[in-house]
Design a protein around this ligand. Structure first.
Ligand code: SAH
Ligand code: SF4
Length: 391
């Protein structure tokens, strides 16, 4: 770890308890739900079975009302309703792009808002979810990074975004209906607002719920967590979540990466690559996605492409090139299409997949890195953004 100015991270997580003393069951691990049921008088011997039943109602069938949990005794349902709630974030607005992309603004406790984006594709669909309100990191090309206010989302607020999208897509299965294998919401990417590895426990608990075989049932291969490079949490991600990993690489020298992704001043390229090397083996995943935002004249030369190939040697990798999505006041421009293609070509010829990410939902500002809730108006000045970017 290099000794440089620390990156501040004053983040708070609100407790799961509701003000009235009721507990939200959404987001609790199976163990925590068991404890909660025992605390209201459920006999210990029955608790595990009750968790299984309630879990299925909530996560398999999308039920929000205890009275509909018909395999539980009536008085037990009433007791649950007295003590617990099943709550997910509230949708404040929904915008639908010409290309079918849906952007939701959802409200969480405390009146904060985060964005969630659903991207429909042929035979599948990806939900891009947020892990924090804003972000403590200040990547100079990212709109979220200009937002000052930050709070960690609870596990319930994270998995709640998935449940909200399933509500909107009408994708909870009907009891007795044949199992439908095609899913509108088939993939999750933690690429919305926030740095997921600065909210590790909540992200882990939420993703465990998404993967649970008795509920939402998404395979860990269909969940991708994107990190800016929180090195100490990478091994833990492999061990405790085991999902696919994407890393916001974006530069091939420490000098440029320090400017674009300031967390690099804490854990530099060499330290990051060392942590990434063991990820695929430990998590039993195929390869790591290297995200690389294409910024005109900043990180997009042929030399950068060649340096990138050298750096990632020995790591099973795919390089995802992201044309920069501009936002009001952004201090960069997108590289030209020809430049992006030339860059992609060099990487492809070296034997790596190098897809160029098609920006989706641009007309509604839903593309990568454009998210920033309008209600969190307080933001850095343009001068501050430029100073952080070293311009
Ligand atoms: N905090 C995490 C995940 C959220 S950002 C991370 O940084 O990885 C998801 C991806 O969008 C990251 O690769 C990020 O670098 C990229 N991104 C941010 N702003 C962007 C922009 N304006 N244009 C294109 N990609 C952007
Ligand atoms: Fe935060 Fe990721 Fe944006 Fe960087 S790119 S400011 S880590 S959300």
């Amino acid at each position: 770890m290099t000794a440089t100015a620390p990156i501040t991270q004053d983040v708070v997580t609100i407790p799961r308890k509701m003000p009235e003393g009721t507990v939200n069951l959404v987001g609790l691990t199976r163990d925590a739900m068991r404890d909660a049921l025992i605390a209201i008088g459920t006999p210990e011997k029955q608790a595990k079975m009750r968790v299984g039943q309630i879990w299925q109602w909530i996560y398999q069938w999308g039920v929000r009302d205890f009275s509909q949990m018909t395999n539980l005794a009536k008085d037990y349902r009433a007791k649950l309703a007295e003590n617990f709630v099943i709550e997910i974030p509230e949708v404040v607005s929904k915008q639908v792009s010409d290309d079918g992309t849906r952007k939701y603004l959802v409200r969480i406790a405390g009146g904060h808002e985060v964005e969630v984006v659903y991207i429909p594709e042929e035979g599948r669909g990806t939900l891009c979810i947020s892990s924090q309100v804003g972000c403590t990191l200040t990547c100079s090309f990212c709109h979220t990074g200009t937002q000052k206010l930050v709070r960690n989302l609870t596990a319930g607020e994270i998995i709640g975004q998935v449940m909200m999208a399933r509500d909107d897509l009408g994708e909870w299965p009907k009891q007795g209906a044949p199992k439908d294998e095609t899913r509108l919401l088939s993939n999750i990417v933690l690429m919305g607002m926030g740095e997921p590895l600065y909210n590790f426990e909540n992200v882990r608990d939420a993703m465990k719920i998404a993967m649970d075989a008795e509920g939402i049932q998404l395979s860990r291969r269909r969940i991708t967590l994107s990190t800016s490079g929180v090195v100490p949490e990478i091994a833990r991600t492999a061990q405790e979540i085991g999902c696919q990993l994407a890393v916001s690489f974006h530069a091939t020298t420490n000098e440029t990466r320090n400017m674009l992704v300031p967390i690099n001043k804490r854990w530099n390229i060499e330290e990051l690559l060392a942590a990434l090397k063991s990820y695929p083996k430990v998590s039993n995943s195929e390869r790591i996605t290297f995200e690389y935002v294409m910024l005109n004249g900043v990180n997009d030369t042929d030399e950068d492409a060649r340096r990138l190939i050298k750096l990632i040697e020995g790591i099973p990798a795919k390089i995802n090139l992201i044309p920069f999505n501009e936002w009001p006041g952004a201090p960069y421009k997108r590289s030209s299409n020809n430049r992006i293609r030339a860059f992609a070509d060099i990487i492809y010829k070296a034997g790596y997949a190098s897809p160029i990410r098609t920006p989706r939902g641009e007309d509604i500002m839903a593309a990568c890195g454009q998210l920033k809730s309008a209600t969190e108006r307080e933001r850095k000045s343009r001068r501050q953004i430029e100073a952080d970017a070293g311009l």
